[in-house]
Design a protein around this ligand. Structure first.
Ligand code: NAD
Ligand code: GLY
Length: 365
């Protein structure tokens, strides 16, 4: 039965910055799952106006057992609010309420809340602790893990931020019950990503379980979250600050970020843009002779079965290229793409603009 699933732990090994990811059901009500800060520390739950009415009170109740004071701030909801002005609301609350440097921030929500809260924690008083409590599938399999924190800039996605690891990640699978179907599909894009870059057998498993995952079968979800976190832990443990290997986690993201920025943040969900971006990146891998067309087709079919768009908006190849040059992986204005070298293996590549344009045009509406 769903709520009898055992809690599983995946560890991120980063010396003194190591931490655990707890994955299970009912964790929001479990005091032991949530006790990881100093007992005297105060706590601020950072959430948004959608998630607060669903889960903030429960979290606040359990945190009150561990902290001397617990407050909640609910930010406006949406990727469009992942910006300076909204980040400042967190600092305003912390300063107005005189939170000290032992304060622990709790990021309760999806990737937007997680990224902003982590960045606020990295900056407030030059750094306070934070805990990730991801409530979207995307956040549970990817964004809450690994310490990338950021806000967007109108010129580019996640351009202002810091590497800053949380104290713990608490992925309560029960919170996924209230997630809209579209958000489940968006999260599945980041799950699928791990197959072509690191584990071809996992890709096969996802193909077999895609319908169960979309139907929110808890056993299937637990397995997908655990394996995704294991792969992410393996990558981040070797390359915390993305000097090399970690870039593979950005498979599909270079094209995807161009879609998000080009349409205006929030028009397409991040996971939708990544799904379509993976189709374009797989096509570019084929055009460069790295993989055969059948593997790209296989990936495209799975992305479609996950309920994700596989054709991008017609922004024009020149506009895609312009937007992609702002990518953090670019060097001296040259775009570098994460491409598939072989099933389950990926690395960074350069490609001629003309070839990239062909890959884009082949997959636009
Ligand atoms: P999101 O944070 O916008 O959440 C999606 C929507 O679901 C929001 O409307 C949110 O309020 C709502 N929601 C959250 N939990 C809910 C629940 N349990 N029930 C009902 N509604 C719920 O989007 P996301 O897909 O979680 O995250 C996308 C963000 O993550 C992007 O900004 C992306 O850049 C970032 N990201 C960061 C990393 C990283 O390594 N830091 C990795 C991948 C993505
Ligand atoms: N989601 C990309 C990374 O964490 O590196």
């Amino acid at each position: 039965m769903a709520n009898h699933l055992p809690t599983e732990t995946v560890s991120i090994a980063l010396a003194e910055r190591s931490y655990d990811i707890l994955i299970g059901c009912g964790l929001l009500d479990l005091p032991s799952a949530l006790s990881c800060g100093s007992a005297s520390a105060e706590a601020l739950i950072v959430t948004n106006t959608t998630v607060a009415p669903l889960y903030a009170e429960r979290l606040q109740r359990v945190l009150a057992l561990h902290h001397t004071r617990v407050r909640t701030i609910a930010l406006p909801d949406g990727e469009v609010y992942k910006d300076w002005a909204t980040l400042n609301l967190i600092f305003d609350e912390l300063l107005r309420e005189a939170f000290d440097r032992k304060t622990v921030l709790y990021a309760l929500g999806g990737g937007v809340i997680g990224d902003m809260t982590g960045f606020a924690a990295a900056c407030y008083m030059r750094g306070v602790s934070y805990v990730q409590v991801p409530t979207t599938l995307l956040a549970q399999v990817d964004s809450s893990v690994g310490g990338k924190t950021a806000i967007n800039h109108p010129a580019g996605k996640n351009m202002i931020g810091a590497f800053y690891q949380p104290l713990r990640v608490i992925a309560d699978l029960d919170t996924l019950d209230t997630l809209p179907d579209r958000e489940i599909s968006a999260g599945l894009a980041e799950v699928i990503k791990y197959g072509p870059i690191a584990d071809d057998a996992f890709l096969g498993w996802i193909e077999q379980h895609i319908d169960a995952l979309r139907a929110r079968d808890k056993t299937a979800l637990a397995c997908a979250v655990r394996r995704s976190c294991e792969i992410k832990a393996w990558v981040v443990g070797q390359d915390e600050r993305e000097s090399g290997l970690r870039a593979i986690l950005n498979f599909g993201h270079t094209f995807g970020h161009a879609i998000e920025a080009g349409l205006g943040y929030g028009e397409w969900l991040h996971g939708e843009a990544v799904g379509c971006g993976m189709v374009m990146a797989a096509d570019l891998s084929v055009r460069l002779g790295l993989i055969d067309a059948a593997y790209a087709e296989r990936l495209t079919t799975l992305i479609e079965r996950a309920g994700l768009p596989t054709r991008g908006p017609r922004l024009g190849a020149a506009r895609y290229l312009e937007l992609m040059r702002v990518d953090k992986k670019s060097e001296s204005g040259q775009i570098r793409f994460v491409l598939i070298d072989a099933p389950g293996r990926a690395s960074l590549h350069r490609a001629d603009d003309a070839l990239v344009a062909e890959a884009i045009e082949a997959h636009c509406v």
